[in-house]
Write a protein that binds this ligand. Sequence first.
Ligand code: FES
Length: 129
Amino acid sequence: MLTDDQAGHPPRQHEGKSTVLTLGPSEIYLCDTTDVSEGEGLRIERPELPEPIAVISSEGQYFAVSDTCSHADASLAEGFVENCQVECPMHFAKFDLTTGRACSLPAIFPIKTYPIQIVDQKIHLTLSD
Ligand code: FES
């Protein structure tokens, strides 16, 4: 059995019944949950990020994905969001926010998805090695 550290998960502290998550050095703060309304996206571009990221809220969940559509250069943060999918605002390809899979043409390549952690309503992106 792997410990959290061996499995690549951030260290955790246990206090009573609740779990207190301690963020590691590979966690990058993106925004607060209150910055992204249900069915909306927020583009975040910063030097410490590998690419512009779209934080998107759908069905009560938050997702961090590549902001740039895999078909061309449209910003997916500007897209229409429904049922954990985002529709590109330029040519209307749809992407699954849970996997990044392109669900409809004209996009055929997926977009990158990023794991996130939410601590105290703050959304952090986890960068893998
Ligand atoms: S730019 Fe997104 S579908 Fe064409």
